[in-house]
Ligand binder design. Structure first.
Ligand SMILES: NC(=O)c1ccc[n+]([C@@H]2O[C@H](COP(=O)([O-])OP(=O)(O)OC[C@H]3O[C@@H](n4cnc5c(N)ncnc54)[C@H](OP(=O)(O)O)[C@@H]3O)[C@@H](O)[C@H]2O)c1
Length: 339
């Protein structure tokens, strides 16, 4: 009797096992298909990303120099060009034989940089003294000064940050207006002045300096980041409006580069493996001109952008807030010590 019961149980178990494995094999096959589809998608996207990194950051460095004068025109205007990225970018363009018009506030610095570029690179240079924080009154004079020039490249580089990372309510009204005038209005109005001439010639390039902080919302960089997001959007939309007319518009998105802008922090202002000098950055960024309408301009910054995009927004914001508070404390302590 016990033997019969045991055999029946075993029979039922093997039946059950057969049934389960039959339905499981269907699920296993479905899972295998999903897995294969995911793997193929990841491989294709990895291959495309690798190709785009090579195309942007390696091939231009290996292949011969592009003739920027032939491609875009004889003259380039670079705003905020007496220091940092603007100056280094102007030098890189001059290295390609492009004549340079520098635009900044300080006449002595403009004269010195202008002379140094023309002597070093044997190109023509000129400059316009302009303080972009003055707003609307400034542009008729700039328009007049650029009237008879064949402008092939416009680099809207000028940009300001606060004294250090800070809370929105700690920023003065003056600082807010300066940010709007210098970071947003200057690029918009300079483009409005120069673009019609480019369209007439059916060639030209405009580079707008955005920032890595607009990868995701970045607290304590709020107004600065918002102004840079404006430039990113402005560039990308404008490119689609004017690409068919032969104009190339690039949103250039650097991460931290060691310049005066970040001098409020001894941590980020030193050149390091993550933070290039302006010269290092500009030499890479110029080689992406004409190749990508939205780029960090430098492969190390491209890695930072990719990692930044992978983070959930709350994690990016939490980390940014944590870091910004440290930088603020560091800047305030240094200020108190120097007083
Ligand atoms: N450095 C970074 O880590 C970083 C990161 C992301 C994006 N960016 C962007 O890259 C661009 C260049 O930054 P940077 O770090 O090279 O800046 P920077 O070293 O502070 O140089 C700023 C330049 O702009 C000029 N300038 C400042 N205020 C001006 C005004 N009101 N009117 C006219 N010219 C003015 C300065 O010359 P004068 O003082 O002689 O006028 C200087 O030539 C900015 O748009 C910035 O937002 C920088």
């Amino acid at each position: 009797m016990r033997l019969v019961i045991t055999m029946a149980a075993v029979d039922r178990f093997s039946l059950l096992y057969r049934e389960i494995s039959r339905s499981c094999s269907f699920y296993m096959e479905a899972l295998a298909i999903v897995g294969a589809w995911y793997t193929v998608r990841k491989c294709v996207s990895l291959a495309l990303d690798t190709y785009s990194v090579l195309r942007l950051h390696v091939i231009p460095k290996l292949s011969g120099e592009i003739d920027l004068v032939k491609k875009y025109g004889k003259w380039a205007v670079v705003t905020g060009s007496t220091d940092g990225i603007g100056k280094a970018y102007a030098e890189q363009l001059a290295k390609h034989g492009v004549n340079i018009i520098l635009v900044s506030r300080n006449k002595e610095k403009l004269e010195a940089v202008s002379r140094s570029i023309s002597e070093t690179y044997k190109v023509e240079t000129d400059f316009i003294v302009a303080d972009f924080s003055k707003g609307r009154e400034l542009y008729p004079a700039i328009k007049e000064a650029l009237k008879d020039r064949e402008i092939g490249i416009l680099v809207n580089n000028v940009g300001i940050f606060y004294a250090h990372t800070d809370y929105f309510t700690n920023l003065s009204e003056d600082t807010l207006w300066d940010l709007i005038h210098v970071n947003i209005a200057s690029a918009t109005m300079m483009t409005h002045i120069v673009l019609p001439g480019m369209v007439k010639k059916k060639k030209g390039a405009i580079v707008n300096l955005s920032s890595g902080v607009c990868c995701q919302p970045t607290p304590m960089f709020t107004v600065y980041g918002a102004s840079k997001s404006y430039l990113d959007y402005f560039s990308r939309s404008l490119h689609y409006e004017y690409a068919s007319k032969g104009i190339f518009i690039q949103s250039l998105i650097p991460f931290v580069t060691s310049t005066n802008m970040v001098a409020f922090s001894s941590t980020v202002s030193k050149r390091s493996i993550l933070f290039p000098t302006a010269e290092e950055y500009a030499s890479h960024a110029v080689s992406t001109l004409g190749l990508s309408i939205r780029t960090t301009g430098y492969w190390k910054h491209a890695i930072q952008w990719t990692l930044g995009e992978c983070l959930p927004e709350w994690m990016w914001a939490w980390f940014a807030l944590y870091l910004s508070r440290i930088l603020r404390k560091e800047a305030l302590a240094a200020k108190a010590k120097s007083e």
